[in-house]
Every structure is written in structure tokens, then in C-alpha cells.
Design a protein around this ligand. Structure first.
Ligand code: SAH
Ligand code: DHB
Ligand code: MG
Length: 221
């Protein structure tokens, strides 16, 4: 049991749950062509986010970490016809590719990609007094994860949901002495979670075509 099997099972899951999808395929192909890192959510995780948003009836979505907009497409499709996604991305090249992908997917009207360091953009969103976000997907650098989560809670309302990607990191998350900047960032976030009376949270371990990892889910109280 290992990566080979996890990848095969992901292919099987895709085959039994998903129809061919030109816009998602084009977005993935554009990311490959531009040599972006292959770190978008898997199709199954993208669809999980999509279904969570629909089940929740969320209309205003915040995403931190756009890359080529693969997850953004899943999120934006879930808020049709009246919702909106604001996705934060620090790399202008990633943002440009994501905008092209939104255009191809017919989603440009409901997706706003804001270029800049998410720490600055989040402060800006707060300063603009944006109405609260119903659903937030955090998937950017892990060094600032605790701050991203804190901002996300502040930009939420009671009943909002926050999903945080990549919180298990092949199990390295339990290594207290790790000097991996990502592990340290995730651990700093995790350690605050139990004592954060603003939310109720859980964490789910996952295996997939992207290996062994996991995500956190928090309900804002
Ligand atoms: N959510 C995407 C994948 C995001 S990958 C998907 O599943 O399809 C993480 C992204 O976060 C990268 O594009 C990276 O450039 C961006 N990022 C890294 N540090 C950031 C920061 N400080 N502010 C905003 N975006 C950042
Ligand atoms: C990495 C980032 C991700 O968001 C992810 O889902 C997997 C890996 C990374 O930076 O290695
Ligand atoms: Mg991720």
C-alpha cells in the first residue's frame, strides 16, 4: 500500500464521480504548460470544496492561494448564479494564468483575483469593510498560516466555514522539533486551534494522488 495505489484509486474515484470537464482540463493544462508547481487540489478535493459550498449555501467565498485557479473554478461554480469569489495570489504570473483560466471557464464575472502578499490583501479587505465571507479556503504559504486563519475568522460571520489545506504533511506535523518552515507554520496554527474559542475545528488525514496529507475544517461560532 502506498503512493502507486493511492494514485490509482484517485483515478478510479475520478472515473466514477466525474464527467469530462473542458474548463478544468484546460486550467490544468495551462498550469502544466506554464510550468507551475503541480500542487493544485486533486479533482476529488476540488469537488469536495464545491459540494461543501453548495451544501452550506455559501455566496461569498474567500480563497488564499490561487495558483492557476483550479480550486477557484470548483469554488466559483458552486456559487452560481449570484455569488462571488475573491482569490488572493502573490505571484503575478500565477494570477495572470488564473485569469485566463477564469475567462475560459466563463467565470470571470464572479471571480476577482487580487495580486499581492495575502497578509496585506487581507488587511485591505478588512479596511474595505467587505461583507463577511461565508466560506474560506486557505491554501497559500504555511509560514503565515496562523495569521491567514486569524484574518479569515475576522472576515467571517457566525456559521462561516474555513477549510485549511495541507495540515498533515506526510505526518511530519507531529514532529515538534522539525525545522521545516511549512511544518513549523502548520504547527503554530494547529497549536492555537484548540484554544481558539471563536471556532470549532477538526482535521482529516487524506491519501491521494498528491500523497499523504490532510485538511482542517473550522466552523466559526
Ligand atoms: N488553491 C490552488 C493552489 C494554491 S498553491 C489550487 O488548489 O488550485 C499556493 C499559491 O499560494 C501559489 O500560487 C503561491 O504563489 C501562493 N502564495 C504563496 N505565498 C503567498 C502569499 N504570501 N500571499 C498570497 N499568495 C501566496
Ligand atoms: C504544496 C502546496 C500545496 O498547497 C499542496 O496542496 C501540496 C503541496 C507545496 O508547497 O509543496
Ligand atoms: Mg494545497
Amino acid at each position: 500500500m502506498g503512493q502507486e495505489l493511492w494514485t490509482k484509486v484517485d483515478e478510479y474515484i475520478n472515473a466514477v464521480t466525474m464527467a469530462p470537464d473542458a474548463a478544468l482540463d484546460a486550467a490544468s493544462a495551462a498550469a502544466v504548460a506554464a510550468q507551475l508547481p503541480p500542487i493544485a487540489v486533486t479533482p476529488a478535493m476540488g469537488k469536495l470544496l464545491h459540494l461543501m459550498v453548495r451544501a452550506h449555501g455559501a455566496r461569498r467565498i474567500l480563497e488564499i492561494g490561487t495558483l492557476a485557479g483550479y480550486s477557484t473554478i470548483w469554488l466559483a461554480r458552486a456559487v452560481l448564479p449570484s455569488g462571488h469569489v475573491i482569490s488572493l495570489e502573490s505571484n503575478p504570473k500565477h494570477a495572470e494564468i488564473a485569469r485566463e483560466n477564469m475567462l475560459r471557464a466563463g467565470l470571470s464575472a464572479r471571480v476577482q483575483i487580487r495580486v499581492g502578499n495575502a497578509l496585506d490583501t487581507l488587511a485591505q479587505l478588512a479596511a474595505e469593510r467587505q461583507p463577511p465571507f461565508d466560506f474560506t479556503f486557505i491554501d497559500a504559504d504555511r509560514a503565515n498560516l496562523a495569521e491567514y486563519f486569524d484574518w479569515s475568522v475576522k472576515l467571517s460571520r457566525a456559521g462561516s466555514i474555513i477549510i485549511v489545506d495541507n495540515v498533515v504533511r506526510k505526518g511530519a506535523v507531529i514532529e515538534a522539533s522539525s525545522d521545516d518552515i511549512n511544518v513549523k507554520g502548520v504547527r503554530r496554527f494547529n497549536e492555537r486551534l484548540a484554544g481558539d474559542s471563536r471556532v470549532s475545528a477538526t482535521m482529516i488525514q487524506t491519501v491521494s494522488a498528491k500523497g499523504y496529507d490532510g485538511f482542517a475544517m473550522a466552523l466559526v461560532l
